[in-house]
Design a binder for this molecule. Structure first.
Ligand SMILES: [Zn+2]
Length: 542
């Protein structure tokens, strides 16, 4: 008896924090989700009355949880935004080929601009097909090699060259999408190369969504960061064309679309001038706005200038297209539930007391407009990124019950994956890679903003293999959400949600965060990850 007791005491004293089950309050999860997703908050669009209410409520909950204001005594970080609405968009036309090609706005083409300017004009711009539009020196790949695209219009394929591979091995991660496959990258690189316009060819499978999604998200008001310089270093026009429109363009230019598509998959591909010129113009209405990130901190007891980060976006779509007379996109799962999780984790950590390193709880704005709040934080960090150990981002929780599996999104990237293993195993669960790595989900929520600037971030969630009902029930629930509620007014809170699976996931996030915060390790990216070089550089210069 005595032996056993002393053994228990020893265990408890050596790793008390890791051994104690965290007190994650399901009441908090329910209350915060219900409140933030109520109609009173009008869908939490940035720079609306819904934002005011959201911020006030988050501060109240952060305070009550025991956090301190994170930004030099303030709970807020101002995030300047600018809204650009393009109107009077002419067709995108191509001349100089066998037959003129004229593409209609919305039907064949969507086009917008990052440049904050009242009028966008692209005229007599030589068109160049640049394959996947990738310049990756570390992979010895440059689709822009030997071609000058300054002032020209580049036509680019979506995803990366080996997306059709079955395995996860290849020049660009095989079937998994690398950042080089994301549309944001394509426009960034085109701008670096000096292109006047950058047009991506839409194809449903490699893009991971249909033309309807492109159409609805690229028309109407577009939010961007409001930065000095008004984005004049970006291309004048950025957009997408339907694949059939691209085929018509290539035919007019006398080029074999299928053959060039194939050539673009191989190293050494040479960009191809199409011998035609592009024209398009439109007017832009500009509205400067401001939104806020909310920053709370539980200061560390021994190394307060080293930080472990939890993040979740508080914003959602606000008023949206009405379904059955309801035009409030409440965003209960997306992401009132993740914000509630952030608060529940803050409470759990505060209850145990400060860790040796500081724990930062960051609720970011404008995720739905392109990860703008997290991007702003990463580019203007309240706490230096070189001293930010790593973190966990939450975007939507499991509300359908306990799962046997735990999905790592963007698997094979960082040593956080090794550290999380014991916490998953302790729940008798298995880690599985995401089922559709070609869709690039790792690049589609806020953790990516930090990852891109080097901070290792974990993004994981319950898989579809449920304890009750198995994979069939899990898949059914996931499909039902995607089809009927995702980004629709039907994403509403329901008291019948089952929080058991979310609680398990949150215990994993608690355990990982606490371990990092009590320890001295600096987990890094694996050598093959896109973000390793920038992290090494950032840490070396700290
Ligand atoms: Zn979300």
């Amino acid at each position: 008896m005595r032996l056993a007791l002393s053994a228990i005491l020893l265990l408890a004293s050596t790793s008390a924090a890791a051994q104690t089950a965290p007190q994650i309050s399901v009441d908090t999860l329910k209350q915060v989700t219900e409140r933030l997703s109520s109609d009173e908050f009008e869908g939490r669009a940035p720079a609306t009355a819904g934002e005011e209410k959201t911020l006030a409520y988050l501060v109240e909950r952060f305070q009550k949880a025991g956090l301190k204001p994170g930004n030099k005594g303030s709970w807020f970080q101002d995030v300047p935004l600018v809204e650009i609405t393009s109107q009077n968009v002419t067709p995108l036309s191509f001349t100089g080929g066998k037959t003129p090609v004229s593409l209609d706005y919305r039907k064949d083409v969507v086009i917008a601009t990052y440049q904050v300017t009242p009028k966008t004009v692209v005229k007599d711009s030589d068109v160049v097909f640049v394959g996947y539009g990738i310049n990756a020196p570390e992979r010895g790949w440059n689709d822009y090699a030997g071609v000058d695209v300054k002032g020209k219009t580049v036509v680019i394929l979506v995803n990366d060259p080996d997306w059709q591979t079955q395995e996860l091995k290849g020049e660009f991660g095989g079937r998994a999408m690398t950042y080089y496959g994301r549309w944001t990258y394509k426009y960034e690189e085109a701008a670096r190369q000096g292109a006047a316009a950058a047009i991506i060819v839409h194809d449903t499978e490699p893009a991971a969504y249909g033309w309807g999604v492109v159409q609805s998200s690229w028309t109407g008001p577009q939010l961007e960061q409001d930065t000095p310089g008004d984005h004049m270093d970006q291309s004048k026009a950025i957009g997408w064309i339907q694949q059939d429109a691209a085929k018509a363009l290539f035919a007019s230019a006398g080029k074999d679309y299928a053959a060039l598509l194939e050539a673009a998959k191989h190293k050494g591909f040479k960009a191809v001038p199409l011998g035609v010129k592009a024209q398009v113009s439109f007017d832009n209405t500009i509205r400067r706005q401001a939104s806020k990130n909310v920053v709370g901190i539980l200061p560390g007891s021994e190394r307060p200038d080293e930080y472990v980060l939890y993040s979740a976006h508080w914003d959602h779509l606000g008023r949206c297209d009405a379904v059955n007379g309801d035009d409030i996109c409440n965003g209960a799962l997306d992401n009132a539930s993740g914000t509630a999780s952030l608060i529940a984790l803050a409470e759990a950590h505060a209850k145990v007391g400060p860790a040796k390193r500081s724990l930062v709880f960051l609720a970011v704005t404008a995720e739905e407009s392109g990860l703008l709040g997290s991007k702003f934080y990463a580019e203007n960090p309240v706490f230096p990124l070189a001293r930010t150990v790593g973190g966990v981002n939450m975007d939507g929780v499991n509300n359908v019950g306990r799962a046997k599996d735990f999905v790592l999104v963007g698997v094979g990237k960082s040593e956080l994956e090794d550290l999380v293993k014991p916490f998953v195993a302790a729940q008798d669960r298995v880690i599985v890679p995401e089922p559709t790595p070609e869709r690039g989900y790792y690049y589609r929520s806020d953790h990516f903003s930090f990852a891109k600037l080097g901070v290792p971030m974990l993004y994981g969630e319950s898989g579809e293999d449920l304890r009750v009902g198995g994979k069939e029930a899990g898949k059914k629930a996931a499909d039902d959400y995607t089809e009927h509620r995702y980004h629709k007014p039907q994403d509403q809170y329901d008291p019948s949600w089952n929080w058991d699976g979310a609680l398990e996931d949150l215990r994993i996030f608690y355990g990982l965060g606490r371990q990092l915060a009590e320890g001295t390790t600096w987990p890094n990216w694996y050598p093959t990850a896109e973000f390793r070089a920038i992290r090494d550089k950032s840490r070396a210069g700290k």
